[in-house]
Design a protein around this ligand. Structure first.
Ligand code: GDP
Length: 296
């Protein structure tokens, strides 16, 4: 088991006590440790490189004051930069649209879309006092439609029936029409995922996006995916104007480096974190806290 970054850096800087500044000559070894820590947390390599370059810029010339040593100063720079990269204050769901506000859920199969759709429904009902309707456009897996029905009930939201013989676009239009006529505030649209990115899937979700004109297009990604999260995030970002990310399965034992990769690649804020299989296992993403976890 690797020790945490603070420990490693303090070991390294034992030899550099009394140095008053972070300089080119003392920063290299420390940055190597930061790089290792990020790679161990499963942050993708290109993302690590960019990050290290930014940290180096910010760290160089920083004065080492009081009882701190250069390692401690660097850890603080890294922590701040991580939190700043992953977060930008509170990023709740945007509902500034003529109701029904549509939220489109995107992501690979198994990422946690259906579960998260219901969690979000519950959040919007309880925290934002909204009337929420869910619908599944996953016509490939009848079980997925049933699953959404079950979890929607648990969330206390309304569910709009769809069937596998329908086209996703027709489902979307029917649900939208129903939502308008029944004064629904928010329509959550769960979509089909695949085990891997494929063109047909992307074409379908693009069509759904064009049909629904959603106020939020949320990319749901499994934090345990680690390095693979990068490719998935790239593909979804190219297909859709993502407005937010939901990182699921943060209750697992990953260090959650995917957060940094996905944030950097999509450019979209991480809005929520899934922290259990249960319907209430959704938290507003806390970048500051997550930075601590990534650093180990
Ligand atoms: P979908 O295929 O993207 O719709 O994924 P599902 O919603 O069916 O979720 C796949 C699996 O991940 C299910 O067993 C969920 O219970 C589980 N899951 C989803 N979110 C979380 C989470 O935040 N934590 C944990 N531990 N499990 C989750």
């Amino acid at each position: 088991m690797a020790s945490n970054l603070t420990d490693r850096l303090s070991r390294l800087v034992k030899t550099m006590r009394g140095q008053a500044r972070i300089t080119e000559s003392n920063v290299q070894d420390m940055l190597r440790e930061v790089r290792m820590a990020l790679l161990e947390a499963d942050v993708a390599l290109p993302v690590v490189r960019d990050f290290i370059a930014r940290v180096k810029d910010k760290a160089l010339g920083q004065e080492v004051v009081g009882s701190l040593n250069p390692g401690q100063v660097l850890v603080s720079v890294v922590h701040k930069e991580l939190a700043a990269t992953m977060g930008e204050g509170v990023a709740d769901i945007n509902l500034a649209a003529q109701p029904p506000a549509v939220i489109l859920m995107a992501g690979l199969q198994g990422a946690g879309k259906t579960t998260t759709t219901a969690k979000l429904a519950k959040h919007l009902i309880e925290k934002r006092r909204k009337k929420v309707l869910t619908v599944s456009a996953d016509v490939y897996r009848p079980a997925a439609i049933e699953q959404l029905k079950t979890v929607t009930r648990q969330a206390g939201a309304e569910w709009f029936e769809s069937t596998p013989d329908q086209k996703p676009r027709d489902i979307a239009l029917a649900a939208l029409d129903y939502a308008r006529r029944h004064y629904v505030d928010v329509l959550l649209v769960d979509t089909a995922g695949r085990l891997a990115i494929d063109e047909a899937l992307m074409a379908e979700i693009k069509e759904l996006h064009a049909t629904l004109n959603p106020v939020e297009t949320l990319f749901v990604v499994d934090a345990m995916q680690g390095q693979d999260a990068v490719n998935t995030a790239k593909a979804f970002k190219e297909a859709l104007p993502l407005t937010g990310v939901i990182l699921t399965k943060l209750d697992g034992d990953s260090r959650g480096g995917a957060a940094l990769s996905v944030r950097q690649i999509t450019g979209a804020p991480i809005k929520f974190a899934g922290v259990s299989e249960k319907i209430d296992g959704l938290e507003v993403f806390d970048a500051e806290r997550h930075a601590g976890r990534v650093l180990g």
